[in-house]
Ligand binder design. Structure first.
Ligand code: URA
Length: 187
């Protein structure tokens, strides 16, 4: 198992796909490295690329509010990362080959954090980490246990900014995440 320092260094030096060409920062992750809860988004946007921190733009501000509702805080008790660590141009979805090039680094991060609960933010993370044919509209909020770890997915905060009608479902999913964390004794 690599140390955090070694892993971060490899992330920052990575040239594993074309996204490295346009980046300002490699966005590795943020939060408590010993958190029991980990969240995984899709990939950095413009603000994240400029600052080097995940979820700092409009979607990030909404994510912070969502976390606050269930007593979570990005610096205290969660760790947040993305499927890809460099910004896809124009905020397009990361291509399968870009995801493939980056997923190993994320898996190493997950192995270092060892979260008991892993929350996928949106379709891209869910199809990568839960199941290839995961349908976010039908399966958000569903739980599955894998190797002693609980996995779920909720709508991506950007989707909630675009479509407010998804917010009540997400509120329920958030409450279920808190309940699961309490049941597991980690919140
Ligand atoms: N959207 C994501 O999926 N991740 C970020 O870090 C920012 C926006």
């Amino acid at each position: 198992m690599p140390s955090w320092e070694e892993l971060e260094q490899r992330c920052r030096a990575c040239r594993g796909c074309g996204l490295c060409a346009g980046r300002h920062h490699v966005v590795v992750g943020v939060g408590n490295r010993e958190a029991q809860i980990m969240l995984v988004g899709e990939g950095p946007g413009e603000q994240e690329d400029l600052t080097g921190e995940p979820f700092v733009g409009a979607a990030g501000r909404l994510l912070d509010e969502m976390l606050c509702i269930i007593d979570l805080d990005r610096r205290r008790n969660v760790y947040i990362a993305n499927i890809v660590k460099c910004r896809p141009p124009g905020n397009r979805d990361p291509k399968p080959e870009e995801q493939e090039a980056c997923i190993g680094l994320l898996r190493e991060q997950i192995a270092l954090v060892q979260p008991k609960l892993l929350v996928c933010l949106g379709r891209i993370a869910a199809t990568r980490l839960i199941r290839e044919d995961f349908r976010i509209t039908r399966e958000h909020g569903a739980w599955q246990e894998r190797d002693g770890r609980w996995l779920t997915a909720i709508y991506h905060p950007s989707a909630l900014l675009r479509d407010e009608s998804k917010r009540p479902d997400t509120f329920r999913d958030l409450l279920a995440i808190r309940a699961k964390a309490q049941e597991l004794g980690i919140l």
